[in-house]
Write a protein that binds this ligand. Structure first.
Ligand SMILES: Nc1ncnc2c1ncn2[C@@H]1O[C@H](COP(=O)(O)OP(=O)(O)O)[C@@H](O)[C@H]1O
Ligand SMILES: [Mg+2]
Length: 436
């Protein structure tokens, strides 16, 4: 893996690791960042070793209590293979020997503003958020994927922004700032785009003072705008251009479900839609090519169909990532986070210890009083294979609504309810398939 190290016959036994520390400062705090940084350093010094990813929300010290919401150690970077990373994450991280990257940020509570194109228009062409946005907080952590997809995407886009900033000639080294996430519906693609943008705006806060996230509403673009042909598209991109003109801003433009553009274009070619559709799609593509010249822009696109994405989009995207339904391990982790939340809210009561998949594996999946419920959960996860992330996150709610008759419930009863809810979902899925 480390070719130079191998050549020198000195394999890197202790891989260089960046530890990212995200410090969320309270929105009413007026503390200087340098001061916050100093206190966070002191905190990390007091706890020179932490176990895996870690988050402080309470502090034994006044300054941090007053000004800081949370200090989180996240996304430990590595030069080793992912399966090693998984093991590594459950092991102690020695903060002293690592390269600490401290990112200090506050959240914008404003919610989305709409980019309206006409005075009397109720039609919104796009929504935009100032990043980091309160609404996007926690999405990154809630998304569970296998094989380090999240970190890989983050690294890709980080490099992209870095290359743009350094003005690397893209004729000599091919790269661009267009990302395409494709895969079945409900696998978290839209959420991942939001999470990525949020994460990058936090990571890049040394370079860009804030982020903008513009979500273009592809559906309204096509349902209502045909009669106006490409004129409104141009207008919308003019508004986006205004955001890009502030070089202090890192601007993310999301075009969700690009297949709706493709569908419109194909329909037009087949003569079933007015040919205006072609003009609108072409106008979007031209405008995209215009804005992607700017170094502070990242274009994020998603598609729910994998095979039939318009070549025009595939060609434009440098980073194409397939996003599929979670594996059994992923499902287990999603359920685990749901159950932890329900125990925290005392809906599932009393609290019981549940093990992670890694801990279960370490214990050799041996059944005992302490591992029993975790093993049941693993069986439920196994059975849930093929359900989308969207369904999985809804499942504990459905389990409670349909199969729990009391407000609070023991873990044992709740696991039974979840098992039944999974059966119901699988049945519905099978019915849907039969209908098609
Ligand atoms: N891999 C996953 N891990 C955790 N949650 C997921 C996952 N995939 C989907 N979800 C949940 O499903 C919801 C819907 O996802 P969304 O981003 O709309 O999917 P898509 O855009 O692919 O249709 C999200 O809010 C998220 O909570
Ligand atoms: Mg989506």
């Amino acid at each position: 893996m480390d070719i130079v190290g191998d050549l020198k016959k000195s394999p890197n036994k202790n891989p260089a690791v960046n530890v990212h520390v995200e410090v969320l400062v309270k929105s009413n705090s007026t503390a200087k960042r340098t001061e916050v940084r100093m206190y966070v350093h002191a905190l990390l010094n007091r706890h020179s070793v932490v176990l895996g990813p870690y988050k402080w929300t309470e502090f034994d010290e006044d300054f941090l209590t007053k000004h800081v919401e949370s200090v989180a150690i996240v996304d430990v970077e590595h030069e080793v293979h992912y399966f090693l990373l998984l093991q590594y994450l459950s092991q102690p991280i020695d903060l002293k020997s690592r390269n600490l990257c401290i990112h200090i940020f506050t959240l914008n509570n404003d919610g989305p503003s709409t980019l309206n194109l006409e005075e009397d228009e109720e039609l919104s062409a796009a929504n935009s958020w100032l990043l980091p946005a309160a609404e996007f907080h926690g999405i990154w952590e809630s998304l569970v994927y296998d094989g380090g997809i999240k970190t890989q995407l983050l690294d890709y886009v980080t490099t992209t922004i870095f290359f743009s900033d350094k003005n690397v000639d893209s004729n000599l080294i091919a790269w661009n700032r267009v990302v395409l996430l494709h895969g079945p519906p409900g696998t978290g693609k839209t959420s991942l785009c939001k999470a990525l943008a949020q994460k990058l705006s936090i990571r890049m806060s040394n370079r860009y003072s804030y982020g903008q996230f513009v979500e273009i509403n592809s559906h309204s673009l096509f349902s209502k705008w045909f009669s106006e042909s490409g004129k409104l598209v141009t207008k919308m991109f003019q508004k986006i251009q205004q955001l890009i003109d502030d070089k202090e801003a890192l601007v993310f433009v999301l075009i969700d479900e690009v297949e709706s553009l493709t569908a419109a274009r194909n329909a037009a070619c087949a003569g079933t839609e007015p040919s205006d559709a072609i003009r609108v799609v072409n106008s979007v593509l031209t405008q995209l090519d215009q804005i992607k010249r700017h170094s502070n822009v990242v274009i994020l696109t998603t598609s729910n169909v994998t095979e039939k994405i318009d070549l025009a989009f595939v060609d434009r995207a440098d980073i194409k990532q397939y996003i599929g339904p979670p594996s059994v391990d992923g499902i287990f982790n999603i359920y685990l986070s749901c159950l932890e939340e329900l125990m925290k809210c005392q809906i599932v009561y009393p609290r019981q210890q549940l093990f992670t998949m890694f801990e279960l594996e370490t214990m050799g999946y041996v059944e005992s009083d302490v591992s029993f419920f975790s093993l049941v959960l693993r069986d439920i996860a196994e059975k849930s294979k093929g359900l989308s992330g969207r369904v999985l996150r809804k499942l504990p709610f459905l389990a409670h609504a349909l199969f729990v008759k009391t407000p609070t419930v023991t873990l044992e009863k709740f696991l039974n309810a979840m098992d039944r809810a999974v059966d119901k979902q699988l049945e519905e899925k099978a019915n849907l398939v039969n209908c098609v």
